[in-house]
Design a protein around this ligand. Sequence first.
Ligand SMILES: [Zn+2]
Length: 244
Amino acid sequence: MITVTTSWDDGHVLDLKLAELLVRYGLPGTFYIPRTAERPVMPASAVRELASRFEIGGHTLRHVNLSTARPEVVQAEVTGCRKWLEDITGTSPAAFCPPGGRYNAATVGVVAGAGYTCMRTVELLSCAPPTRSAGVAIMGTTVQAYPHSASEYLRNIAKRRTWSNLGAYLSVRPDQRDLTGTVKRLLAAAAHRGGYFHLWGHSWEIEECGMWRQLESVFELLASLSPEARFLDNSGICGEHHEN
Ligand SMILES: [Zn+2]
């Protein structure tokens, strides 16, 4: 059985449009939200409203690159964001995503120390369950709702040395003009490569790339997998991989 999840970064105001679409197709989603970012973010009231229907995860206070920030900045950004989201939503977020997917081993320790139990990366083509490090379940993604080129996929693999994902790349041949077709092939690959399918993206990027209609067709496809698939948010999956 395939497990399907989605996640959306940056807390842009268009996340509300994305949330409506997820609700329409009965899909789960985890929204990783910073307090401020390079682009406009939702007001706190909208984050609270979103939290009543979807999982909210931390994405630092100011959307900073954690792999180059000073240790005290990393600490303040990771723990401060959790406290900020607790104050807004009344719930302690379980999931965290480092901006730009940039982190190092020390970052994972800070994420664990802040109380997060789940961390999403920007690894692509992963169909595997989360792995554990320093008490945090670390999960990759399968595909981004963005037209990545072949060289971007190959760089993503080479940088992380996730050579097993090369097999997925070669068998699926992601097509940047056809997200739905790519997702179809990735779902087939996921069925025998670990069983997890994780779609992620940014609402602002979907707007910039004119991908709303493509995204809706992907949501329709994912919803059609029910009842043969499981639908969980990010920490719902991580929660199953805490102690193994
Ligand atoms: Zn981000």
